[in-house]
Ligand binder design. Structure first.
Ligand SMILES: NC(=O)c1ccc[n+]([C@@H]2O[C@H](COP(=O)([O-])OP(=O)(O)OC[C@H]3O[C@@H](n4cnc5c(N)ncnc54)[C@H](OP(=O)(O)O)[C@@H]3O)[C@@H](O)[C@H]2O)c1
Length: 171
């Protein structure tokens, strides 16, 4: 197992994450928060998220990108392309901590496989139209702490329920 896999993302109350391959909103304060949390930590993402992000995110850290067609990309020392979860898991010796940054397909994959220990989720207060959604139901059992709130959004840290807490709840 990887030592620490964390998730980070932002969605509105209904789970809207993105529209037409990009973010439906622009909240500089949340972007600042995102950058301060990820620091130089290696990132994990899907091919669509990779293509949607500014290139500066990929210069000073390693990123792991999921795609079934890795040969469409030029090789780069900072980019690792993986074609399956098994290939991703084979990298475990190389990383202590990773941030899973989306999009919807990759959040779904990692949460369903129970691979994420904590998820930092910004909940945007305004509603947006979108075509990709965060799987909010997969976090519904996770205890959460509110870390910050502004007029536009709240930031929560969701903690994966421990097996003991789960056993108590279902006793
Ligand atoms: N609000 C937020 O915090 C946030 C965060 C991230 C992204 N977004 C938004 O979300 C949208 C993108 O999300 P998305 O769900 O459409 O795409 P995505 O998860 O970023 O990428 C999907 C791609 O990942 C690859 N992939 C997925 N599962 C795989 C597997 N098991 N093995 C190998 N490759 C796999 C496939 O690439 P190939 O097609 O190349 O095979 C697939 O097309 C954009 O609108 C983006 O702006 C929002």
């Amino acid at each position: 197992m990887f030592k620490r896999i964390l998730g980070i993302g932002a969605c509105d109350e209904k789970g809207v994450l993105g529209k037409n391959g990009t973010l439906p909103w622009y909240y500089p304060e949340d972007l600042k928060h995102f950058q301060s949390i990820i620091g130089d930590t290696p990132l994990v993402m899907g091919r669509k998220t990779f293509l949607s992000m500014p290139r500066h995110y990929f210069t000073k850290r390693v990123s792991i990108i999921f795609t079934h067609s890795p040969h469409q990309f030029d090789p780069s020392p900072n980019l690792i392309f993986v074609t399956s979860l098994a290939e991703f898991l084979s990298l475990e010796q190389q990383f202590n901590e990773l941030y899973v940054i989306g999009g919807a397909q990759i959040y779904n994959l990692f949460l369903k496989e129970n691979l994420i220990q904590e998820f930092i989720l910004t909940k945007i207060k305004k509603s947006y139209e979108g075509d990709v959604f965060f799987p909010l139901s997969l976090l519904s059992d996770w205890p959460r702490l509110k870390e910050d709130e502004t007029d536009s959004f709240s930031i929560y840290r969701y903690l994966k329920p421990s097996k003991i807490a789960y056993a108590d709840k279902n006793a």
